[in-house]
Design a protein around this ligand. Structure first.
Ligand SMILES: N[C@@H](CCC(=O)N[C@@H](CS)C(=O)NCC(=O)O)C(=O)O
Length: 357
């Protein structure tokens, strides 16, 4: 089911995707998106209260009990198939005997689902180079993902005042770090880099994005929320000049933490302290890359961004995250970030102060 309004370009995107995939769906038009949103919309997208919302398999097993039951039924079916194999193959290698039969084809079509990751890994393993800047929270995300996956790579520190030819040719659009270069091919934008590492090295180390497409969509929703609602205003804290503008940027950053607390609850499913549940996942890496900067911003401004009394799950998340070996290996020293942030603010002030000489 698709909740939308005919005029929205964002809804049209989803309609196009559904149409290209040849999928039929129920189109539910929001009658009055501005003054009277439907209960279904408010329930389905409580964070932004916006269309489009795609509702898939509303009746599918969502609870742990439901999933366990579904898994049990799968195992029972496998046992039955084992018996059927004995009966059909009569000691030969296939259901069809010496040659492949109908059941071999049906079952064989499922094999890529279980071996996909290994094939992927063999095909894509190779040389990895990371162009970075020690202080950058975005580069820290890439470092965390590589560390968690246990991948070795060559690290090249960039001087942003004098960018290398390699950086300019690898990221000609933004000319920013991080850039991950894999077998000579550049990948830009930290969130894209983290997803790439997870997908290209699916057979190595733990998975960052969940296997289930719905859970993956939920993780990506919170990743987008983090970028739009928290990282964007927080970046302004260091780039604006007036105290009023800085206070407003801080207010928006802190306000975003409220909803993120709900996101942590939803993603972790009560299974553990992380967005990924018991172990770190995609959103943990994106937020984790910011941790030293969050602490430095708190020291500089005197205001708490992640306040454990208001956001207890995130407070506990931060403590547990900092205890991880990967975090200890990668996160910047907070004092060094404080000095760096002061230098950035001084540069911004010098650039915007009129020269009276
Ligand atoms: N949205 C980008 C942001 C990357 C970014 O802003 N990187 C900064 C360093 S923290 C940079 O390289 N800036 C280029 C410059 O200052 O010219 C990402 O997530 O990768």
């Amino acid at each position: 089911m698709l909740l939308g309004t005919w005029a929205s370009p964002f809804v049209i995107r989803v309609k196009l995707a559904l149409s290209f995939k040849g999928l039929s769906y129920e189109n539910v038009e929001e009658e009055d998106l501005y003054y009277n949103k439907s209960e279904l919309l408010l329930m389905s997208n409580p964070v932004h209260k916006k269309v489009p919302v795609l509702i898939h398999n509303a009746g599918r097993a969502k609870t742990e009990e439901g999933k366990t039951e579904a898994l049990k039924q799968t195992f029972v079916a496998v046992e039955t198939l084992e018996e059927a194999f004995k009966e059909c193959s009569k000691g030969k290698p296939f259901f069809g005997g010496d040659s492949v039969g109908y059941l071999d084809i049906v079952l064989g079509s499922l094999i890529p689902m279980s071996t996909d990751t290994q094939c992927h890994e063999m095909a894509r393993d190779g040389e990895l180079k990371l162009l970075g800047l020690w202080a950058s929270p975005f580069v820290t995300r890439a470092k965390l993902a590589l560390q968690i996956k246990g991948l070795s790579y060559e690290y090249v520190e960039e001087d942003l005042a004098n960018k290398s030819e390699l950086l300019l040719s690898s990221n000609p659009v933004h000319k920013a770090v991080p850039v991950l270069i894999h077998n000579g091919k550049p990948v830009c934008e930290s969130s894209v880099v983290v997803q790439y590492i997870d997908e290209a090295f699916a057979g190595t180390g733990p998975s960052l994005l969940p296997f289930d497409p719905y859970e993956r969509a939920v993780a990506r929703f919170w990743a987008a929320y983090l970028e739009d609602k928290l990282v964007t205003p927080w970046g302004r804290v260091f780039r604006v000049m007036s105290d009023e503008e800085r206070a407003e940027a801080m207010r928006q950053t802190i306000a975003a933490v409220d909803a993120l607390e709900g996101g942590l609850k939803e993603c972790s499913g009560g299974k553990g302290p992380f967005f990924g549940g018991e172990s770190v996942g995609y959103v943990d890496v994106l937020l984790g890359g910011l941790v030293s900067w969050v602490k430095a911003t708190e020291l500089l401004s005197g205001a708490k961004i992640i306040d454990a009394t208001k956001a207890p799950l995130l407070g506990a998340w931060m403590e547990r995250f900092c205890e991880l070996d990967a975090a200890k290996a990668v996160l910047q020293e907070v004092g060094a970030v404080v000095d760096y942030a002061r230098a950035v603010q001084a540069r911004v002030a010098a650039a915007t102060t009129p020269n009276n000489n």
